[in-house]
Design a protein around this ligand. Sequence first.
Ligand code: CP
Length: 312
Amino acid sequence: MEETLSTNHLLGIKNININDINLIFKTADNFKTIINRPIKRVPSLRDITVANIFFENSTRTRVSFELAEKRLSADIVNFSSSSSSVSKGETLIDTVNNILAMKVDMVVMRHPVPGAAIFLANHTKTKVINAGDGTHEHPTQALLDAYSIKEKLGELKGKKIAIIGDILHSRVALSNIFCLKKLGAEVMVCGPATLIPKYIESTGVKVEYNLIKALNWCEVANVLRIQLERQDIKYFPSLREYILQYGINLNTLKKLKKDIVIMHPGPINRGVEITSDVADHHQSIILNQVENGVAIRMAVLYLLAMKNSDNA
Ligand code: CP
């Protein structure tokens, strides 16, 4: 019997299991081979229609899902809140039910509100993929990050990964922590105390406030953007002081006792959390992350589409 996911939706990493993650990785391996061939398209999702509904800005996730869907031969509708009847007061559920009435099979949604994807899955009859819900989760980002580390360093078990920066406002941090811990990695978070939530140690991660100590501890540093758009109060005195304490530049890398792998989910603020010479350094796998995102999203779309469900 063909292996299937334990879930009808991908709402977060917290609620999937290690078999799901390994199945997604194994399926992504196959799709990665396919998308590196001259003919990149396969008929796997022919006659499946996917709606990409984005209530928040996105470059990588949106383009990556759209390419993944096209390479699987799905039909696609793209929807953004600014040009829709949401701006006239229509609710999320009404909006999605109207789209579903046009015979859409799956919904990929980004939304600024934490829990929006769970709410949608509970109140509509469709398969939902969370493309980022506020400060909550960004599951496909965590999957592509873990897949990229595995590709670079081998199995995740026992690997030391530091997540650096604005942990408080980051859905990428939370999904990465759940994913990396499930795969047996050791995880540390590092940043100013004001940007590290108090509950974070309950997820099993170490906390370090000193950047050089964190970088000397880890094999991989996943560097996060300061999310000024989510900060309604000041969490550090000035951006200049943040850069002095937590910005990673070439001198920072040279001070370390070993070479570490540099990652960033994007969008990068060059010169703030990371300088251009580090982002473009041979130790950086930032563009590999983006490349792997398409294969991971193809795997998630394919596995969810193949799963028969009565309640999806
Ligand atoms: N990493 C990520 O989610 O980027 P976008 O906001 O551009 O989709």
